[in-house]
Design a protein around this ligand. Structure first.
Ligand code: EPS
Length: 384
């Protein structure tokens, strides 16, 4: 089974991702991983730490002459701001961070022991793993694109059209925006909101959407609760630091609308989807590409809500752990808005989960074997 773990503290020596179960025979695209790492460091609203770090992946195992071997792939990203043992104690928990809950759980008096691992710095390792998964998916014509759809209450209302546009156009729009947003007008309003928050010593959250194009039908399963792909995607996305909500397709809006306006009618055109769905198609995609926890061949659409970064210059109320007296929360250096960066992380975890479901369905120890299995299955779908 395809899986990964990460290791590393925010100001330790490095961040590490180990990917296990990756098939042999794939050309590993180090440049693509580094490009995603660079994107994760960017986006307007980032703080001073990102001027220090220069995230680049070093591949330590699982690859020979640029080709995967089927063995675990270990990837390391160096931390330049790495003085973990010299950093001062944290005894005034920051509301919204893992500080206090983590201190109670592990019995730490110094909450730096919590924040170092809870920090979103860990997402650099997740992006490396997700980017690797994305290379695998690209090989099979599946494209995963994450973009920002809202910041601090300014929402890109045009975003719903992303699924109708072709993926190249969506990626071009995303990559030409300083906030990884598809609409210039909305971007302007979002930038203003970040500036206002920055001036006020505050922070802002936002909305992220990820669309997966070219997914074959049949990933995930309705046969058991923990095989439903919508549930697995939701868990993966919710596990990203600062996420507070996840939606698939119409998401929460389904609760307000009648059934006749929620479900996607079924049509048939043998030429649709390049034959991947056996000719079945939908003219709408309100289900976000998932029915019964199984992909139906339409683009998978996942949305996430990110809370504002909880480290504020304008400190929140807290309690000093030693004296138990009221004190303002520790005001560490921080980002004002990390929504663009988080869109790269959500794109990465969605990519990994789709790749995991893809490998579960088609299996194979080598890419060639996986491809044979996929082709056999697509013939079965066409002959339905
Ligand atoms: C983070 C706090 C900041 C962010 C960090 C996440 O770091 P520092 O405490 O060193 O100023 O910059 O994000 C990253 C380092 C990163 O690579 O994204 C936190 O507390 O979660």
């Amino acid at each position: 089974m395809l899986k990964y773990i990460t290791a590393g503290e925010s100001h330790g020596k490095c961040m590490v991702a180990v990917v296990e179960g990756f098939p042999a025979g794939m050309r590993l695209d180090e440049g693509a991983i580094n490009n995603d790492l660079r994107r994760r460091q960017g986006g307007a609203g980032r703080g001073a730490r990102m001027d220090i770090e220069k995230d680049e992946v070093e591949i330590l195992s699982g690859v020979r002459k640029g080709i995967t071997l089927g063995s675990p792939i270990c990837m390391r990203i160096k931390n330049y701001d790495s003085g973990i043992d010299r950093l001062q104690e944290l005894t005034r928990a920051r509301p919204g961070h893992a500080d206090l809950a983590g201190a109670m759980k592990y019995g730490f008096h110094d909450m730096r022991n919590v924040l170092e691992r809870a920090s979103a710095r860990e997402t650099a390792a997740r992006v490396a793993a997700g980017s690797l998964a994305k290379t695998l998916l690209n090989d099979f014509g599946i494209k995963v694109i994450g973009y920002v759809t809202g910041i601090g209450g300014v929402v890109d209302e045009t975003r719903a059209q992303a699924t109708a546009k072709n993926p190249e156009e969506v990626q071009r729009l995303r990559d030409s925006s300083s906030l990884y947003c598809l609409d210039k007008g909305a971007e302007k309003g979002m930038l203003k909101r970040i500036e206002e928050a920055s001036e006020a010593g505050d922070s802002v959250g936002g909305l992220i959407e990820v669309t997966v194009y070219g997914v074959p039908p049949g990933l995930g399963s309705y046969a058991q609760w923990d095989r439903r792909l919508d549930g697995r995607l939701a868990a993966a996305v919710m596990s990203v630091q600062a996420m507070k909500g996840v939606e698939i397709g119409l998401g929460f809006r389904v609760a307000e609308m009648p059934g006749s306006e929620v479900h996607d009618g079924i049509h048939y055109d043998p030429k649709s989807h390049g034959g991947v769905t056996g000719g079945f198609l939908r003219k709408t995609n309100r289900a976000g590409g998932l029915e019964g926890g199984v992909t139906n061949g339409e683009p998978v659409v996942v949305r996430a809500a990110m809370k504002p970064i909880p480290t504020l210059r304008k400190s929140l109320e807290s309690v000093e752990l030693t004296t138990k007296k009221s004190a303002s929360a520790a005001a560490e250096r921080s980002d004002v808005c990390a929504v663009p960066a988080a869109s790269v992380v959500v794109e990465a975890v969605v990519s990994f989960e789709i790749a995991r479901a893809f490998m579960e369905k088609f299996g194979g120890d080598s890419i060639q074997e996986t491809r044979r299995n996929l082709e056999g299955y697509l013939k079965q779908v066409r002959d339905l």
